[in-house]
Design a binder for this molecule. Structure first.
Ligand code: NIG
Ligand code: FE
Length: 405
């Protein structure tokens, strides 16, 4: 059999569970066919007569699965550096949001931007992520908050997937904030978001997952439950911004609906962690938002470990709480702020991030049958991926077995 590509002379951190640390294979080779990993193992085990159209010698470099950023708000108009300055002078995120700033101010900028402007701005931020070896990005709506603008955001997100050199998973986040025009008609907005915008976006094939922001400044558990019932009826998986600023029972709610993930989870209780573990809900840790908001309560990492909750790490790239376009920086922050080990952090940006998107059968580890999304690094040990801040470490990336340019 002839293969499309052979990678040889590399060290593989496959991130497959259960073997050596990082699932490492010391002198590894990878065979690629039709965009997938056909075989990976010790180079010594390669059949001598194997034929490949292209052979890439990696000079002893480390390879990992292409990184997966499983929580971003990559598409939005403008920025909120002014609010950053206000917070540094003492205003809190909640105060700014309640005074009509926050998410709602990004809604105005997003509604006013053309699809091309939104795409150009999103691609600028994506460049930071791809520089870090990211090959899959989750992108949420939630700065449109009316039918036309939510659909516009999601179409732009799909376009990022067509032109950006990454796979994109979209999440519908209509329950992100109540838009200004519905301040006095909150229930009507919730109805519209659930019964009109979501079905319209779904019919256009724009929604992979349904998300919501469950928090006193956003939406209640009851409102989110209504949305999740609708998602279930449409056959869509769900995830949740849960327990970020307070314990609102978000983790338990996510568990009750079999959510792919509960995200932020700083204030999740022991009982919430147990419910997540029992239901197989991934905890998506967002240390960028934690750091930028100068939060003091880290997520209950020990409880997650005890309860067998898989932990992912993502950038949460957004204009309000996490203007962070580097997943590598978030690995560092997850280790320093939340005390993850570098191996846990890398699992959080590969295997567990894939699970948080329901894509664990396609991406997230280097194994036969998975997509050949592979990052090649200029490092001596995988721990360096969590160690450096700001040093470009990526040598190259392959997306579906093709070098990404
Ligand atoms: O993930 N928490 C809600 N959503 C974003 C913040 C969005 C914003 O402030 O614009 C987050 O942190
Ligand atoms: Fe978010």
């Amino acid at each position: 059999m002839t293969y499309d590509r052979l990678l040889i002379d590399c060290r593989a951190a496959t991130m497959v569970e259960g073997g050596a640390p990082y699932g490492s294979i010391d002198k590894a080779a990878v065979l690629i066919r039709d965009g997938e990993i056909a075989w990976i193992g010790p180079q010594a085990d390669l059949p001598v007569d194997v034929k490949a159209r292209q052979t890439d010698r990696l000079d002893g470099r480390w390879i990992t699965p292409g990184l997966v950023d499983c929580h971003t708000h990559l598409v939005f108009g403008g920025n909120r550096a002014d609010e950053f300055e206000m917070r540094l002078k003492g205003a809190t995120y909640e105060e700014i949001a309640r005074a009509g700033g926050g998410i709602v101010s990004s809604v105005n900028r997003t509604r006013g931007a053309s699809p091309q402007e939104l795409l150009d701005q999103a691609l600028g931020r994506l460049a930071g992520l791809t520089r870090d070896g990211v090959t899959t990005v989750e992108i949420k709506s939630g700065y449109g908050l009316d039918r036309e603008s939510e659909l516009k955001m999601l179409r732009v997100a799909r376009e990022v997937g067509r032109v950006g050199g990454v796979r994109v998973s979209t999440s519908y986040l209509g329950l992100h904030a109540v838009p200004a025009e519905h301040k006095a008609s909150r229930e009507l907005y919730v109805d519209i978001a659930i019964d009109e915008i979501l079905p319209a976006a779904c019919a256009e094939g724009l929604v992979d997952v349904v998300d919501a922001y469950c928090e006193p400044i956003a939406f209640s558990a009851e409102e989110v439950a209504r949305l999740f019932e609708k998602a279930r009826a449409l056959g869509l998986p769900v995830k949740l911004h849960a327990d970020q600023l307070s314990d609102g029972g978000g983790a338990a709610l996510a568990a009750r609906y079999g959510a792919l993930s509960a995200d932020h989870v700083e204030h999740t209780s022991e009982a919430g962690a147990r419910a997540m573990g029992d239901a197989g809900v991934v905890a998506v840790l967002l240390p960028g938002a934690f750091t930028m908001l100068r939060e003091k309560t880290p997520p209950p990492i020990e409880a997650f470990r005890r309860c067998g909750v898989a932990m992912a790490v993502a950038s949460d790239c957004n204009p309000g709480t996490s203007p962070v376009a580097s997943l590598q920086t978030c690995l560092t922050l997850a280790c320093v702020q939340f005390r993850l080990t570098p191996e846990e952090a890398l699992a959080g940006a590969t295997r567990h991030a894939a699970k948080a998107l329901g894509l664990q059968d396609r991406i997230g580890t280097l194994a036969a049958g998975k997509a050949a999304d592979i990052a090649v690094w200029n490092i001596e040990t995988p721990a360096e991926l969590s160690y450096w801040i700001g040093k470009p470490l990526l040598d190259r990336a392959y997306l579906a077995g093709e070098p990404r340019v």
